[in-house]
Design a protein around this ligand. Structure first.
Ligand code: CAA
Length: 261
């Protein structure tokens, strides 16, 4: 996959092993039209295949992570238009990214924007972040996973309020209810999120990938099946050079050097 692609709606860069994808439609509060989501997924898949990248960071700007799917683009759509549009399928492709994906959220994360953040593996929130699924205000419901991921993250009672009454969660509420990993000062949110992602990026790549797969399985399977999967993945890691290296480094009191093999 080429790294020379020109993007119109996002900015991409690499920093300290972190592949950074930044939504860049500030005038529309980073509303997610089909072109923007297409570019986001292209960039995520590009970084997923890039050996220099250990962790991916998805962010917006200070005012908005993303204020939702682009209402202007959807306003006159028919069900068949929606069905033939790859837009919602992009969230499924995000699920298939194997490297850890961190969302750095400042300002609005609404509708599809909240769904995009929740489809990431972890969320670092600025104290200004506002999470919500306000689709009810425009006569629809969330369509990119919001009802399912919000209910799993914060529980049924609060998810009902968010989906049925358009209630926003502040950053502190999101932290309290387990939607985000941490809340950081507004002026530092991106720096802190990059630091957080860089720490993960420096870890053993195969173990990262399998650890993510195992935790995600907890949402898809019975406890018994999840435990069986975890055990198989754990045993599989004993076939990697990084397992030998990590344990030898611990025993000899030296830093490990990961090969991703
Ligand atoms: N789609 C398209 N344009 C949007 C947008 C969206 N989701 N959200 C904001 N914008 C645009 C506005 O139309 C406006 O553009 P113009 O200057 O051309 O009029 C610009 O961004 C700035 O927005 P506001 O003037 O409204 O800014 P505000 O500070 O007064 O309000 C806000 C901010 C509360 C976030 C408000 O913009 C808002 O309510 N946005 C819509 C939020 C929403 O309903 N999101 C859900 C979308 S549906 C969805 O996401 C479906 C799904 O599950 C996939």
């Amino acid at each position: 996959m080429s790294n020379d692609k020109v993007f119109e709606n996002i900015l991409v860069r690499k920093d300290d092993g972190v592949g950074i994808v930044q939504l860049n439609r500030p005038k529309a509060l980073n509303a997610l039209n089909k072109e923007t989501m297409g570019e986001v997924i292209f960039a995520l898949e590009m970084f997923d295949a890039d050996d220099e990248v250990g962790c991916i960071l998805l962010t917006g700007n200070e005012r908005a992570f993303a204020a939702g799917a682009d209402i202007k683009q959807m306003a006159t759509a028919t069900p068949v238009d929606m069905l033939n549009n790859p837009f919602i399928d992009y969230w499924d492709r995000l699920r298939r990214i194997v490297k850890p994906v961190v969302a750095a959220v400042s300002g609005y994360a609404l509708g599809g924007g909240c769904e995009l953040a929740m489809a990431c593996d972890m969320i670092i929130a600025s104290e200004t972040a506002k999470f919500g699924q306000p689709e009810i205000n425009i006569g629809v419901i969330p369509g990119a996973g919001g009802t399912q991921r919000m209910a799993r993250a914060v529980g049924k009672a609060l998810a009902m309020e968010i989906v049925l009454n358009g209630r926003f969660l502040s950053a502190d509420e999101a932290l309290l209810h387990g939607l985000v990993n941490r809340v950081v000062p507004a002026e530092l949110y991106l720096e802190e999120a990059i630091k957080f992602a860089a720490e993960i990026a420096a870890r053993a790549p195969v173990a990262l990938r399998l650890g993510k797969e195992a935790v995600n399985a907890a949402y898809e399977t019975s406890l018994q099946a999840g435990l069986a999967l975890e055990r198989r993945l754990f045993y599989m890691l004993f076939a990697t050079d990084d397992q030998r290296e990590g344990m030898d480094a611990f025993i000899n009191k030296r830093p490990a050097e990961w090969k991703g093999q």
